[in-house]
Design a protein around this ligand. Sequence first.
Ligand code: SAM
Length: 245
Amino acid sequence: TSYGFRKVAEGEKQALVNDVFHKVAKRYDIMNDIMSAGLHRAWKDAMIAALNPRKDAAYRTLDVAGGTGDIAFRIVEASNRLAHATVLDINGSMLAVGADRAAKKGLSANLDFVEANAEELPFENNTFDAYTIAFGIRNVPRIDVALSEAYRVLKRGGRLLVLEFSEVEMPLLDRFYDAWSFKAIPQFGKMVTGEAEPYQYLVESIRKFPNQADFAEMIRTAGFSRVSFTNYTGGIAALHSGWKL
Ligand code: SAM
């Protein structure tokens, strides 16, 4: 394409991603606000509203690529602090920040933190009522494997929700968004961490991620039923939903 993407092998990709998040872990939350102009908060709130977590101590959720805990915290809060959420991430630095934040919010009793790969979940079949992943799946080298794992660990009747950057479907917004992401984000990244390249990689990974319809098809291929999606902010982000029936 015109952006001159580099070809990155699967193993190399995971190493690059890990490097980025080790470097930014402590500043991840503030970077998130800056790079999305705060929009990620509204998108995450909409995701939790779509999930509508059960207010029930038996309700078990898994938040994959959970990072510093934003999704899991919201689920626990929305369940009136009854539900349990497992935050899983491949990166111990991100989880450490998350565990710290959880303690400060007094949410630790409803959470646990697991360092593992989305492609190889350390859980039994049919364990969770919901599987969430926000801005994580595009970083996983084998998306089809991650989706199969999601299907495997969900209970029958369980819900998959994937929040991810997607294809912008508004003509003017897409130009603005291109300028923002290809110029501003690497520059902000450089200001905060001293390096632009890891951010360049993250921006490229957004562009390489399948569009709404293609990603919905991948979710169906993994076995999910009643697959649908909702665009947020003109498609900058999209929420995909599926059920294990
Ligand atoms: N879900 C959080 C949020 O929305 O704020 C964090 C999203 S952050 C952009 C992406 C996260 O994916 C990072 O914490 C990273 O370590 C994690 N990640 C990348 N590859 C992964 C993998 N293969 N398995 C599990 N987590 C992974």
